[in-house]
Design a protein around this ligand. Structure first.
Ligand SMILES: *Cc1c(COP(=O)(O)O)cnc(C)c1O
Length: 224
């Protein structure tokens, strides 16, 4: 087994049933993705539209599930949707972006699956809705105006710190927010995905109910 296959096997052996592993392949060459694919990995996370489009071309296998996980510029939405290959846009961080995704999806005749990105971490640089913004969004049922977009859950990141208590508190806050949204909108269907946890903290995220973990470095090595 090569290093990538070994890393994937090691991580998989620790994941409870029902937790999906997204291999974050950003900045790594298509060959690294091909190695992971040969090891049975099917879900990959990318953070730049240009890079993702090039990789889709290099790796046309139609059972690859491409996840978009980076900040999505509104002027790149059309190009992303036009690939018709995106399984999940995990990083919807504004209502303006959401409405553009919806309009472009309707125009392309597809339904896009998305996650709302919530910001709970300490760093101001991270993007996403505040918990209060999301509670307002769902309390006012603004999702009802979407025509070609399905909101499948939440994505979030913990603070970038060694302080395990802080990381635990961040994951707990994201999980609690999902529960609260479902209390406000008990009729919400398919709001099941809780995407949280990266190489350094995914076991803690799983302990807080993550259903999807996004792991890059622990599979592909360092990005620089
Ligand atoms: C890069 C990235 C990851 C992967 O981080 P690692 O620490 O390399 O596992 C996960 N989620 C998002 C949103 C990212 O941008």
């Amino acid at each position: 087994m090569n290093n990538i296959a070994q890393a994937i096997a090691d991580i998989r052996s620790t994941l409870p049933a029902g937790v999906e592993l997204v291999a974050v392949s950003k900045f790594h060459p298509a060959q690294a993705i091909a190695d992971a694919y040969a090891a049975g990995q099917r879900a990959f996370g990318e953070s730049r539209v240009q890079e993702l489009c090039a990789k889709i071309e290099a790796l046309p296998a139609d059972d690859i599930r491409w996840h978009f996980i980076g900040h999505l510029q509104t002027n790149k939405v059309r190009q992303l949707i036009a690939t018709r290959r995106i399984a999940l846009i995990e990083s919807v961080d504004s209502e303006r972006l959401l409405s553009i995704i919806d309009a472009e999806s309707e125009r392309a005749g597809i339904v896009s699956r998305v996650l709302m990105q919530v910001h709970v971490a300490q760093e101001e640089t991270k993007t996403g809705f505040s918990p209060d913004e999301l509670l307002g969004y769902f309390a006012n049922r603004r999702f009802e105006s979407l025509k070609a977009t399905h909101i499948c859950g939440l994505m979030g990141m913990a603070s970038n710190t060694d302080d395990a208590e802080r990381i635990n508190a961040d994951f707990a806050a994201i999980a609690a927010l999902r529960k609260r949204i479902l209390e406000i909108c008990p009729d919400l269907r398919g709001f099941d995905t809780l995407s949280m946890g990266m190489s350094g903290d995914y076991p803690m995220a799983i302990a807080h109910g993550a259903t999807l973990v996004r792991v890059g470095t622990a599979i592909f090595g360092s990005r620089y």
